[in-house]
Design a protein around this ligand. Sequence first.
Ligand code: SF4
Ligand code: SF4
Length: 329
Amino acid sequence: MDIIKPKFLIWIFTPKCNLFCPHCYVAKFSLRELSLEEKLKVAKQAVECGIERINLTGGEVLIDEEVWKVIYYLLENNVSLSIFTNGVALTEQTIRKFQELNIYILLSVDGAKKQTYELIRGKNNWEKLILNMKRLKESEVSFSTVMAINSFNYKEVEDYIWLSREFGAKNACFIPVMLTGRANKQIVIDSKIVFEVLKTINKVAEDSKFQISLWCMPFAEAFVSSEFISISNCRNWKYEIEIDPLGNVMLCDILDITISNVISDGFCEAWRKLRDNPLYKYLSNPTFFIEPCKSCSIRDRCKGGCYARAGLFGNIYSPDPLCPTVNGF
Ligand code: SF4
Ligand code: SF4
């Protein structure tokens, strides 16, 4: 019997947003979401089921005042909270609340220059971002920056790392834009670019001694060596669960594969269905590899890389199409 309890919930709290970014994967969801009553029910059941940590993400979580009712409920029940925000809707008052309530912030910073940033996040938003980064620093709110690497901003990874350090972020995170939602082939990066980007990140991590986190790039281990870089791989997750704005439990929120639903099944049962799902089990521990994964030295940790990206390219069982090794680099 599976006795593992879920600990970390990634909750796409709302698909609604105040911006219209060209790379947004959440644009693939309809604008429907759970009611406040249903969200509070999810929060209650998540607590009862053992969840210790929740990341609320969107869309833009902070445009809806009702989110605070869920936030206060979770904090009263000792859940550690982080909020993913585009940073544009932040105010001095909200930032003060984050500091008082010890809420961790994940802040999208998709460019190190005004022109690049605004290509993605819209006109006149760079100054708002910089102002809010200053406020986060002055208020001593703990935060990470997150860059969704795309064809507009990949040449600014170095400046982005230094900018994150200058404004007091705990670390700088990177995730490649996925070919879903509003993203098109012009905005996603290819494996040649990712290969170059990883070399740059490795060098800047060493120079700056600043912590870097690489998301959804498990193959990166073969290309970076700095002790300041950490690499996560969802295939090795044991305690994580992701739900969409309607409470559907996703295999990965990038893919349209729903396993269960926390409203209709109840939170614990939805978790059990995820853990018992044959595809989920297989992808967490694949036993069949084709080349080049079959003879890859990091195969046992990388496990073939991002299956969602492979799925978007037509076959979830294929090696990660962004991996430089897969593409001969
Ligand atoms: S399947 Fe891919 S996109 Fe989804 S969490 Fe894992 S690495 Fe990231
Ligand atoms: S070849 Fe396969 S196992 Fe090796 S790094 Fe690339 S995706 Fe991962």
